[in-house]
Design a binder for this molecule. Structure first.
Ligand SMILES: Cc1cc2nc3c(=O)[nH]c(=O)nc-3n(C[C@H](O)[C@H](O)[C@H](O)COP(=O)(O)O)c2cc1C
Length: 175
């Protein structure tokens, strides 16, 4: 199989930094994994939302963050819970990614019993970081939720990737 021809190295489609379509086109070019972040405030149902704005931040202390739209109905639940689990998706979990981008109440059949923090743990995730909520920062129309990692888990498998508005896998990239 031959690789696609590379584009002209001088040919950029340029956009104004404040134009949201250009912003998305630029940062959507940064291929990421996908995760479902979960929490369960005391006495309430579990909440889950699809995210790709994960960054590991610090080893000592162990900190990792994600960015959540300020107007998301899930934000208040994360603040009430004071914890979250970052469930990093396997390549066969695109349907779950689409589901929890739209519906935020956890389906019990998708999840395992909680670990230390109390957040729902996704069955079949590639990796999990179970966190307490350490800090919350402002970030324009998003909030930055920083977690202290209590426990991690990893399984064998390949990640689900997200790139320019679509899903892929490492197998696609290397074939
Ligand atoms: C692959 C993917 C990645 C996403 N990443 C983020 C993200 O990092 N932060 C965010 O706030 N929303 C992200 N979203 C959108 C949310 O999942 C959700 O659709 C949006 O916040 C609207 O949800 P609401 O019902 O809470 O308003 C992502 C969606 C998809 C499909």
């Amino acid at each position: 199989m031959t690789a696609p021809a590379l584009a002209d190295p001088t040919d950029f489609t340029r956009g104004n930094g404040s134009d949201s379509a250009s912003f998305r086109a630029c940062f959507g070019s940064f291929a990421t994994g996908v995760l479902i972040v979960t929490c369960k405030p005391p006495g309430e149902v579990g909440v889950a939302i699809t995210i790709n704005s994960l960054s590991s931040v610090s080893l000592n202390p162990a900190l990792a963050l994600f960015c959540l739209e300020e107007r998301s109905a899930t934000l208040a639940s994360f603040l009430r819970a004071g914890h979250f689990a970052m469930n990093i998706l396997c390549r066969d979990q695109a349907a779950l990614s689409n589901h929890y981008a739209q519906h935020h109440e956890v389906r019990d059949t998708d999840f395992l019993p909680a670990w230390q923090s109390g957040a729902p743990i996704l069955k079949g995730a590639l990796a999990v970081a179970d966190c307490t909520l350490h800090d919350v920062y402002g970030g324009g129309d998003h909030r930055i939720l920083m977690g202290q990692v209590l426990e991690t888990g990893v399984r064998k498998g390949d990640p689900l990737l997200y790139y320019r508005g679509g899903y892929g896998s490492i197998c696609d990239a290397t074939s």
